[in-house]
Design a protein around this ligand. Structure first.
Ligand SMILES: [Zn+2]
Length: 339
């Protein structure tokens, strides 16, 4: 079989699918017959039966772990609700509700769940998802508020920087921070996010040495939306690459209103930004908000293997399973990377 020149087959180690593979199983496929060798799925969807069948079909299992999505949590724990610069609780950003990353009770809640996951199942790794301050980056018109100005965050910032925050109420303090100490504030926020990854790293190293720590993350470059990836989401790759084994940029071209070719450009750019860690992008197969044809899916799946990427997966398994032409694309592209 002719190997496309966009990637070297020997370098492709992960041919993944994201989401429960039931849709493909229902159609009678073995995952390995499609060339798939890894599944990534929500940790709550993992069961002993799934693990057994996955092993039988020679695929690795990676747990997606919702990290800072507080939907279903903040409603019962209002003290963990992220606070905006006007002192109000943030509103849900479409489906995402970010918690305050400084809340210690929430943090214990999540890290306890991680430990339980690792003790219950022999997963090959954990992929942190929703690792950013409250925002919504997956839509063409992102929601990018300034957060969090709760007392826990303000005092955490003071402790980290030695700066004493003054101002009248939360709006006054927010103005003081953003007007006078913006650089230090952005750096502190990024360090809070990286610290979550550091704690996950420690837990995984202790509970399941050898398992990988991956990160699903916003793929924006340094210019997109006026630097919002760092400025608002709090993602600093220099800090994160110290903790994370694999980066999975969420290059959802259709959701983000981009062309398929953008996936290639983005992964090539990212390969230079993070030169020493594995890159396994997640591309879009689902028809939302607009239709993604099988041909377009083939493009983004191949483009996902651009630059230094050594693996790829798509959002979602069900989107592929629902269209025979997309199953054929998956099989064709994945088999073309095997030797
Ligand atoms: Zn806070």
């Amino acid at each position: 079989m002719l190997i496309p020149t966009t990637f070297a087959s020997a370098q492709v180690e992960i041919r993944g699918v994201y989401g429960h593979p039931q849709g493909l199983w229902d159609k009678g496929f073995r995952l390995d017959s499609l060339g798939v060798n890894a599944i990534f799925l929500h940790d709550k969807s993992i069961s002993a039966e799934l693990m057994k069948r996955a092993r039988n079909e020679n695929v690795k299992v990676f747990a997606e772990f919702a990290t800072l999505n507080g939907k279903g949590y903040v409603e019962n724990h209002p003290e963990a609700w992220a606070i905006d610069s006007s002192g109000k609780k943030v509103q849900s950003a479409t489906w995402f509700m970010g918690v305050c990353p400084s809340d210690p009770v929430f943090r214990k809640h999540r890290t306890d769940a991680l430990k339980k996951l690792l003790s219950d199942f022999d997963v090959d790794g954990v992929w942190m998802d929703y690792v950013h301050w409250h925002a919504q980056f997956e839509d063409p018109d992102p929601i990018l508020p300034e957060t969090c100005f709760c007392n826990k965050c303000t005092s955490g910032f003071e402790k980290h920087t030695g700066i004493t925050v003054s101002g009248n109420g939360i709006p006054g303090k927010a103005r003081f921070i953003l007007n006078r100490h913006e650089v230090a504030w952005r750096e502190w926020r990024a360090s809070v996010i990286a610290n979550w990854a550091a704690e996950f790293r420690q837990i995984i190293s202790k509970e399941k040495p050898g398992a990988l720590l991956g990160l699903y993350h916003c793929p924006w470059n340094d210019e997109d939306f006026n630097g919002a990836r760092y400025r608002i989401l709090g993602l600093d790759y220099n800090k994160l690459e110290k903790e994370v084994d694999v980066f999975s940029p969420m290059v959802y071209h259709n959701r983000m209103g981009r062309k398929a070719e953008w996936v290639k450009e983005n992964i090539e750019w990212f390969s230079k930004i993070v030169p020493n860690k594995k890159i396994w992008p997640i591309v879009q197969a689902s028809n939302e908000p607009a239709n993604v044809s099988a041909k377009e899916f083939e493009k983004v799946l191949r483009y996902g293997l651009s630059g230094r990427a050594t693996g790829v997966m798509m959002f979602t398994t069900y989107a592929v399973a629902g269209e025979p032409a997309k199953i054929e694309v998956l099989k064709k592209v994945y088999h073309s990377t095997m030797q």
